[in-house]
Design a protein around this ligand. Structure first.
Ligand code: ASP
Ligand code: MG
Length: 441
């Protein structure tokens, strides 16, 4: 079994969908499960519709629904050629927009907002199925809501997903091509829910693990994970090979191509993940496997919006249990710490969400003098055994002479050296590292 996931831009235009149909029928040596996102822009629109309803602005919600419907009406005109399948596509669009219009009339709730968000993936998969039907490509729609489940903590339940998915697959062994929705799932109350924004990658990885797939292909519009942020530095190159750990660090520390939580299911079952480009299907892309392949620096990534909290206290001197007490405050507010540095009289930690900042600072106050610095960026250098790589630190600091590096985290992981810099220095830092570590301008 092979898993192939296509993101919003890969299905965002009728001609792109046509191309996806070609890609999934090129190699038929094994059965395939194809995971689709919503058409690009749709989930954003659905979020806006939900927000408008939540704030009681029905008129605005109605307008957004109508604009989105018009988009789908013109989409299907170019998607299919025959009258018969156009009528079918039109009735699918009508059905889903009727549903949205009905929701508009009932009182809004959190659960309803999830129903609204689910329409994007339901529409993309059903419309794609109509196109496959027109092309005479045999396939089956696999309803994600029948097997993709999350528990009361919103965590996917891999063992349940496995049982449910394999039951459906075993009942359909004659089928070689399955189409399913990314992102959407059922929660512990049985309601429609989702795996959070960008969650289709997660769906693909969960299905890959559940079906013990030979490979999990993530098709986007860039040829793999790059060594640096292509939006910021001029010359970047795709990284051919990464280990799961390296990929997880890169995804977490800002590489936009892959959803950070999506690595673990594939990693657990050792299913290789390939990042491929719909626009350049022949390009190698990036392969993520258990083994790191080569030693050395592979890529840098940046994560913005970091807040630094400094705790200074002479009472820390020779005391024990101090860090535990500090960590407990963050635990209480379910705020995760990204970086930490300590000296005998001070601790600095970074967090990426300020939603509980005031409460956290208030509870830290008894421990010492607290100061907060906003607008920091974590620059993460990722590679295999980089802590053992000769000269890595001298190379790094040579490259970054002009940068006021605020914190360094080295040795916590074999795969990562992280530095904290003021966000205003991010661009310069990434450019200097591109030259200093990769010899690229
Ligand atoms: N459609 C969802 C989103 O835009 C899920 C995904 O595309 O991965 O977040
Ligand atoms: Mg995505």
């Amino acid at each position: 079994m092979k898993i192939m996931k296509f993101g919003g831009t890969s299905v965002g235009k009728p001609e792109r969908m046509h191309q996806v149909a070609q890609l999934i029928t090129k190699d038929v040596s094994e059965p395939r499960i194809v995971v689709l996102s919503a058409l690009s822009g749709t989930t954003n629109s659905l979020v806006a519709i939900g927000d408008a309803m939540a704030s009681g602005n029905r008129e605005q919600a109605k307008q957004l629904i109508d604009t989105l419907e018009a988009h789908y009406q013109s989409f299907i005109k170019e998607l299919v050629k025959t009258d018969k399948l156009y009528v079918k596509a039109k009735s699918i669009v009508s059905e889903h927009f009727e549903f949205l219009n009905i929701i508009l009339k009932i009182s809004f709730s959190e659960a309803l907002s999830k129903d609204i968000l689910a329409q994007g993936e339901l529409l993309s998969t059903k419309l794609f199925s109509v196109y496959l039907e027109e092309k005479g490509i045999d396939h089956m729609l696999l309803p994600a809501l029948e097997f993709m489940t999350i528990d009361a903590q919103d965590e996917p339940q891999l063992s349940t997903i496995k049982v449910k998915l394999n039951r459906i697959l075993q009942q359909n062994t004659d089928k070689k091509l399955f189409i399913t929705q990314g992102y959407i799932c059922r929660n512990s109350r049985g309601e429609v829910d989702n795996l959070k924004r960008g969650g289709s990658d997660y769906t693909a990885s969960l299905i890959a693990a559940a079906a013990n797939a030979s490979v999990c292909e993530i098709w986007t519009d860039i040829d793999g994970m790059h060594n640096n942020d292509p939006r910021i530095v001029k010359k970047t190159v795709p990284v051919e090979q990464l280990s799961f750990e390296e990929a997880a660090e890169l995804a977490y520390f800002g590489a936009k191509i892959l959803h950070p939580t999506c690595i673990w299911p594939a990693q657990q079952q050792k299913v290789p993940v390939k990042l491929l480009n719909t626009m350049a299907p022949e390009a190698l892309g990036t392969t993520i496997t258990q083994e790191a392949g080569s030693v050395g620096v592979k890529a840098v990534a940046a994560k913005d919006g970091i807040i630094t909290i400094n705790i200074k206290s002479s009472r820390m001197l020779l005391a024990y249990g101090f860090l535990r007490k500090i960590f407990e405050v963050f635990e209480k507010y379910r705020t995760s710490i990204d970086m930490i540095t300590t000296s005998e009289v001070a601790v600095s930690v970074t967090i990426d969400s300020g939603s509980n900042l005031t409460s956290i600072v208030k509870e830290l106050e008894p421990f010492g003098t607290i100061s907060v610095e906003n607008d920091h960026t974590i620059i993460s250098v990722v590679g295999n055994e980089i802590a053992q790589t000769k000269d890595i630190l001298s190379k790094l600091f040579d490259a970054l002479t002009p940068i006021p590096v605020r914190m360094v985290s080295y040795g916590g992981s074999k795969h990562n050296v992280s530095m904290l810099v003021p966000s205003s220095y991010k661009t310069q830092t990434l450019q200097l590292l591109n030259k200093g570590l990769f010899g690229l301008e």
